[in-house]
Write a protein that binds this ligand. Sequence first.
Ligand code: SAM
Length: 277
Amino acid sequence: MKVDILTIFPDFFRGPLDYGIVRRARETGLVEISIHDLRAFTKDKHRTVDDRPFGGGEGMVLKPEPIFECLESFGNVASRELRLSPGAKQSVILLSAQGRRLDQSLAAELSALDRIVLICGRYEGVDERISENLADREVSIGDYVLSGGELGAAVIVDTVTRLIPGAVGNQASTRQESFTESFTGQAELAGDGPSSTCVSGGLLDYPHYTRPADFRGMAVPEVLMNGNHDQIRSWRRKTALAKTLRNRPDLLERVALTAEDKELLAQIMRAQINGKS
Ligand code: SAM
């Protein structure tokens, strides 16, 4: 996948994209990331990228010309019409607090593309003609306002990269993580080894433990050490359900719960009523 990031602060990306999975993906050529300095697309001696808003009001707004000209300089980006047509493999994304909220399913959708272009706003935002005529979509990384789109772009690159086949050593691990809805059903739930025992199916991930088995009197749950994969699977599913119920009950309304899930949830709620949890 090719990723282009348009920003007025190119140095911002020294670091966030240089570690772990993203670094390896860059080194092996799975992902090619290019950072473009919007000031290089200005024509005045002050390299002006912003201006006051028409109609008055607070702050400055990023001008349209450097952003249009930067994207046009790539030459090999498909037309907006093609990018918006079904099956398109490229997307131009404007980072914006007003955009569609990034979630795991959007990350999965983006990970199937060949190219994404990420436009980072700053100040009061970006001239609206970018979202109306240049970007294909606006994406927000959450319901809060950041100072700029750079952090959002780094978040998108990270979460999308780890979903590209080959980026994560054990690809199965990305299927059993929180929020992952590519739920392959009962057959997978009934897998016979711990690594396939609990696809998240849109829930939060189950708790993980490693050595030591007893740390300062805090013991790892016995069930994880008894080698009984059926019990481990059931425990993981139950704890994932319990954590989702506690921290993100909204997710439970969206996931397809099996009969076993419903029974486990009923047990969790009964335990809560009885004050055991
Ligand atoms: N005036 C804008 C508003 O109220 O929606 C906020 C502008 S913000 C200070 C500057 C830039 O940060 C935005 O243009 C956008 O690129 C980026 N940004 C801010 N919050 C974001 C979020 N939640 N997700 C993605 N990008 C965000």
